[in-house]
Design a protein around this ligand. Structure first.
Ligand code: NAD
Ligand code: MG
Length: 301
């Protein structure tokens, strides 16, 4: 008999059996191969059921973490995918491409710094061009900086610029550019955070972008609803991805994610179900303008 809890058990075991994560640090954007332990992206666990058959998806930040888990799940559900990422993450992107192609799907690679407007727009055009269309845009790329000593007094303009441009400007530019390709039944999925609801003192600028993403999601859902295009957002809780060791203090890693009712951080593989559901024209046909929390039990209202 199939064990219906197999995927979650694998992810939970990966997080719990290793004990607390060791203190560790990387420079942004961070690489998967340098993480201890390696995250679980559903490489072994995700079983596709053809829920996204023939669809074409662009996933920003699709090389690693949550985006990688989404790319793998989408491919196994029958979608072709394009991955946007920074050029220095090429090795991560190549690893994802291999898994996507093993699933029998196309994987288009579109590296480039999407804090530059021209590049952000070109990434969308190149992805749609090479995929032969676009049905799903996942605005997942994100940046935060949490190695500050003095709270607001220590907030630097260049950190704010990078955070706002990556999380917000790029979402606006890429969604705008995608409008010419998206049609009835298609969708946009933004990535918010538990930080939109319960902001941490050392993430004041990042948390503000995530609250703004939720507001924009509701607004864009209202605008695009009449065209049959759905817009939603996913709010992750603490998930074990390169973003964490690359932007937080080394000593914060051992306690990462222990402040959830489930008592542990989540794995990227545990995020994929929300993204598959929201992308599915059949299963989420009447779901728009909402935020789906995947937080280990922390509230998103
Ligand atoms: P991640 O580091 O694996 O993914 C973030 C990706 O953003 C990077 O891989 C990179 O490719 C992309 N990116 C960043 N700056 C870019 C730029 N200038 N140009 C192009 N691409 C750029 O980490 P993740 O945790 O999987 O992050 C994915 C999303 O999830 C982010 O929006 C993040 O804010 C959000 N999130 C993560 C957590 C968590 O605990 N990991 C919690 C809440 C929300
Ligand atoms: Mg990455």
């Amino acid at each position: 008999m199939t064990d219906l809890h197999a995927i979650n058990k694998a992810a939970e075991a990966k997080t719990m059996d290793e004990g607390a994560f060791p203190a560790q640090t990387q420079q942004p954007p961070g690489l998967t191969s340098e993480m201890t332990p390696l995250p679980d992206h559903g490489e072994e666990g995700w079983v596709g059921r053809d829920r996204l058959h023939g669809l074409k998806a662009l996933i920003t930040g699709g090389d690693s973490g949550i985006g990688r888990a989404v790319a793998i799940a989408y491919a196994r559900e029958g979608a072709d995918v394009a991955l946007s990422y920074l050029p220095e993450e090429e090795s991560d992107a190549q690893d994802v491409k291999k898994v996507v192609e093993e699933a029998g799907r196309t994987c288009v690679l579109v590296p480039g710094d999407i804090t530059e407007e021209a590049i952000a727009r070109k990434v969308v055009d190149d992805a749609a061009g090479q995929l032969g269309g676009l049905n799903i845009l996942v605005n997942n790329a994100g940046f935060q900086w949490a190695r500050r000593e003095g709270g607001l007094a220590d907030l630097k303009t260049e950190e704010m610029d990078r955070t706002f441009k990556t999380n917000l400007y790029a979402m606006f530019w890429m969604s705008q550019q995608a409008l010419q390709y998206l049609d009835k039944g298609d969708c946009i999925i933004n990535v918010s955070s538990i930080q939109a609801y319960d902001p941490s003192v050392d993430l004041i600028d990042y948390a503000a972008t995530k609250a703004a993403i939720n507001n924009c999601t509701v607004n864009l859902a209202a605008e695009l609803g009449p065209k049959g295009i759905r817009v939603n957002s996913v709010a992750p809780g603490p998930i074990w991805t390169p973003l964490q060791p690359a932007t937080k203090k080394a000593e914060d890693m051992p306690k990462f994610g222990l402040n959830t009712p489930l008592g542990r951080p989540g794995q990227p593989s545990e995020m994929a179900g929300a993204f598959v559901f929201l992308a599915s024209p059949l299963e989420a046909s009447y779901v728009s303008g909402t935020v789906l929390g995947v937080t280990g039990g922390r509230p998103v209202f």
